[in-house]
Write a protein that binds this ligand. Structure first.
Ligand code: ATP
Ligand code: ATP
Ligand code: MG
Ligand code: MG
Length: 270
């Protein structure tokens, strides 16, 4: 940028550099998707095509940013785990969150048009996503973060499945359904689904119950990921990014609460 006498205004800008040597997780979430999902008539409680748009977008974003080692999502949210020690955007928080939220929003609109060719987006109600970045200081807290999101998915899905069956098949009003579920625990909802609607919750699709996990499947090429980026030159970082870009991204709908998932994939937290 050319120097000018106006250049001084730059001194008002502030950066927040995320703590080095920690795991960064960026979570995006759809803005006002409660209304968005009713405006575009999502199938309730789960619209599989809307989830497909979310998953395609997350996968595309992950492909384009090789620092992302893993993504987990359900409903209108996705969490992206960056490689520990990575130096993406020099760890500048504002660059990171705006790149993820705008990138995800752009992919979402692109894939929406492909998945829903007969439901054009209205300029009055376009899908957008906000984002936050949080740093976590240890492996065990990162695991607990993802466990927290998967438990949340499970609790919401069990509730929504019960609620929408009461409304759609049970012909209750939304208020009546809400009242009926008030104070119930998981086992009550499982029983209600089975007794009133013949639904065995365990047989519901894994994607609805567990959400979606994308992993950059480094697998046997574990040596690819260095223990630290601190001493890597710019060229070495670029080479590493190139290699990570080529690693297959796999989609799973599995338990990420048990230690087994993490033990099998040590590179995710390396
Ligand atoms: P960063 O991601 O860091 O912002 P950048 O490549 O976007 O990197 P900018 O400093 O934002 O860098 O510069 C934007 C560049 O886009 C300019 O160098 C200019 O060449 C190009 N550009 C933007 N708008 C136009 C346009 N309307 N016509 C031609 N070139 C354009
Ligand atoms: P905010 O802007 O604060 O995030 P929100 O309306 O998006 O508000 P969330 O808590 O993010 O609220 O909830 C997202 C809502 O989107 C859920 O209530 C759910 O009803 C709806 N939703 C998202 N994805 C689907 C889907 N695939 N099928 C059906 N409903 C969905
Ligand atoms: Mg939302
Ligand atoms: Mg949400």
């Amino acid at each position: 940028m050319a120097n000018s006498r106006f250049e001084y205004v730059r001194t008002f800008e502030r950066e927040n550099i995320l703590l080095p040597q920690t795991h960064i997780i960026i979570r995006i979430d759809g803005r006002g998707f409660h209304k968005f999902s009713s405006a575009y008539e999502f199938q309730k409680p789960n619209d599989p095509n809307a989830l497909k748009v979310m998953n395609l977008s997350a996968q595309a974003l992950m492909k384009s940013i090789p620092e992302v080692m893993m993504a987990y999502g359900d409903s209108d949210e996705y969490s992206f785990l960056l490689r520990k020690n990575c130096d993406l955007f020099e760890r500048r928080e504002f660059k990171l969150i705006t790149a993820f939220s705008s990138g995800f929003s752009a992919y979402y609109q692109y894939y929406w048009n492909i998945v829903f060719p007969n439901k054009p987006l209205s300029v009055e109600r376009l899908p957008t996503f906000d984002a936050r970045a949080v740093v976590y200081p240890s492996d065990s807290i990162v695991k607990d973060y993802f466990r927290w999101r998967q438990v949340d998915c499970h609790i919401n899905n069990l509730y929504n499945t019960s609620f929408w069956n009461l409304v759609i098949k049970g012909h209750l009003s939304p208020q009546e359904a809400e009242n009926k579920l008030m104070g119930t625990v998981s086992s009550d909802k499982n029983e209600l689904l089975f007794k009133e609607f013949g639904i065995n919750y365990n047989d519901e699709p894994e994607m609805y119950k567990k959400g979606t996990v994308f992993i950059r499947d480094v697998g046997d090429t574990l040596d690819l990921v260095p223990n630290s980026d601190v001493n890597l030159s710019k060229r070495q970082v670029e080479r590493l990014r190139g290699k990570l870009r080529k690693v297959t991204i796999n989609e799973l709908h599995c338990d990420i609460i048990k230690e087994e998932f993490w033990n099998k994939r040590a590179w995710l937290l390396k």
